[in-house]
Ligand binder design. Structure first.
Ligand SMILES: [Zn+2]
Length: 490
């Protein structure tokens, strides 16, 4: 295996691309989703902009001068209604259904141009791929540190969920996939006589001739699992290619991210091609702190796939926050992500994306004072975050409505327990503090000469508490748990 090393100069941080010796993002990185003002960067201690905002040389230099690494961003979703309307060759490169009709992006229902809708682009079609290439060249020509690919699934999204992915180019590419990956026996069983001339639409039309029929019975059509896997693998290859174009444009190795919405399966295929994941993770805002399993699963999956993640909540979650003014809940989301080894992107001071069916796209302006203290805490306590890895919390006992995430630094053996308070009163947007919270830890997890632990909180000075030892257990008592505390065993 060849090790490719590239020094990314911004902020004096050395990053290794491809085969990472240092992760693309440190645990203590403070990530903005979109570019922001100097004032906001300084208030938060920003280190990275994940989702564009740096597509000119001047903007890249400006970010670097502030110690912030930055990215160019493009999307593979659609050419946009205006281009589709004006250019026939782009119109011909949209995703199509079994009837040959273009497939519209449902959540862009309000983005039309003179009656033309925003249709999915087909990332298997040469003309749409050319457009994607141009977009990468455009956003990377300033020499940004990374490329972020938005809507990386391209036509695969249309194929999995909206009845698309059935143009001539998709069908030809699927044939190539079958030749490479599927045994003659499996093909014969599915009724494929000659793969070289095989047109999957012939099989589909035996079951459905309209989009509506197709969407009803899609998963029962022979070879459909293969067809869907082909689409996500093709999308992952396309993202890899875009990363190569980005490196060529920037003239050096660059980071590569996509909004891969793990833990959803269709979003996992691309992760191996990325240096890190930047995405929305549903937080179930309406349920307060009571339905966080999905978010925890996403953070653990990024860990398991070996790629650091910068997350934000979904547009629906943010719409809920804006409508109900729930700042404490957002602070909990920030803590939850960092407690599980990932980063929650700074709630954007000007344009945090919100979405509901009734309001469509709208924006939340996140007050800096409400959230910056948590991020400054993260920066100030990088030594208790960076280099630590998740350890199973088995055998650890603590109070009800308290969550503990355990992290250990394999190099030093140091242990940090992240304590999260789940005792949230939604109507008042308030955490009820817990007092004298006992944590009992199997003695095997704690170094035999550890006598004290530091309790670190973003909203209080550090305090030192004793470690009480029993036969096979250690006990630490945290005097007050408000929202989030780190218990660092000395
Ligand atoms: Zn296609």
């Amino acid at each position: 295996m060849i090790k490719v090393t590239a020094a990314l100069f911004a902020g004096g941080i050395t990053v290794t691309c491809g085969f990472a010796s240092e992760p693309a993002l440190k645990h203590s990185d403070v990530v903005f989703m979109y570019a922001s003002s100097e004032e906001a960067y300084k208030a938060y201690g920003a280190t990275f902009v994940a989702w564009g905002g740096a597509d000119t040389e001047e903007r890249v230099r400006w970010h670097h001068d502030l110690g912030v690494r930055c990215t160019g961003s493009m999307w593979c979703l659609t050419a946009g209604a205006k281009l589709i309307h004006e250019r026939p060759e782009i119109r011909a490169a949209c995703a199509v259904d079994i009837e040959g009709n273009p497939v519209e992006v449902p959540w862009l229902f309000d983005h039309t141009h003179e009656g033309t809708k925003s249709y999915f682009g087909c990332t298997n079609h040469p003309e749409f791929r050319r457009l994607c290439r141009e977009r990468v060249e455009q956003c990377m020509k300033g020499g940004a540190d990374g490329l972020h690919v938005d809507d990386h699934l391209g036509v695969a999204q249309a194929a999995w969920n909206f009845g698309g992915g059935l143009c001539d180019h998709c069908i030809t590419a699927f044939r190539g996939y079958l030749e490479r990956k599927v045994s003659p026996e499996e093909l014969r069983a599915a009724g494929v006589e000659d793969v070289a001339t095989f047109d999957y639409r012939d099989i589909i039309r035996k079951h459905a001739t309209t989009r509506a029929e197709y969407q009803k019975i899609q998963r029962q059509i022979p070879l459909m699992d293969r067809f869907l896997e082909f689409h996500v693998e093709a999308a992952a290859d396309h993202v890899k290619l875009l990363g190569e174009i980005a490196e060529k444009t920037a003239g050096r190795p660059v980071l590569l991210s996509a909004n891969a919405g793990i833990p959803q399966k269709l979003h996992t295929y691309v992760v191996k091609n990325l240096t890190h994941v930047v995405c929305e993770v549903g937080q179930n805002a309406a349920k307060g702190t009571q339905a966080i399993d999905h978010a925890v699963e996403a953070y653990a999956m990024a860990d398991a796939l070996g790629r650091p993640m910068a997350s934000t909540a979904s547009g629906w979650d943010w719409a809920f926050i804006k409508a109900n003014d729930r700042e404490t809940l957002v602070r909990f989301w920030i803590a939850l992500a960092y407690a599980h080894g990932q980063r929650f992107m700074v709630p954007h001071p000007k344009r945090q994306w919100c979405f509901t069916k009734e309001l469509g796209t709208h924006l939340y302006e996140a007050p800096i004072d409400a959230y910056a203290p948590l991020y400054r805490f993260v920066r100030a306590n990088a030594a208790s975050l960076d280099g630590y890895e998740a350890v199973a919390a088995e055998g650890i006992r603590t109070a009800d409505r308290t969550r503990v995430a355990v992290r250990r630094n394999p190099a030093t053996g140091s242990l940090v327990l992240h304590m999260l308070n789940l005792n949230y009163v939604a109507d008042e947007d308030r955490m009820l503090s817990s007092h004298d919270v006992s944590i009992r830890i199997p003695a095997s997890l704690v170094s035999s000469n550890a006598r004290f632990a530091q309790v670190l909180s973003y909203d209080a000075d550090p305090i030192r508490v004793p470690i009480l030892r029993a036969a096979d257990e250690c006990e630490i008592v945290v005097p007050e748990l408000r929202l989030w505390s780190l218990v660092a065993v000395e």
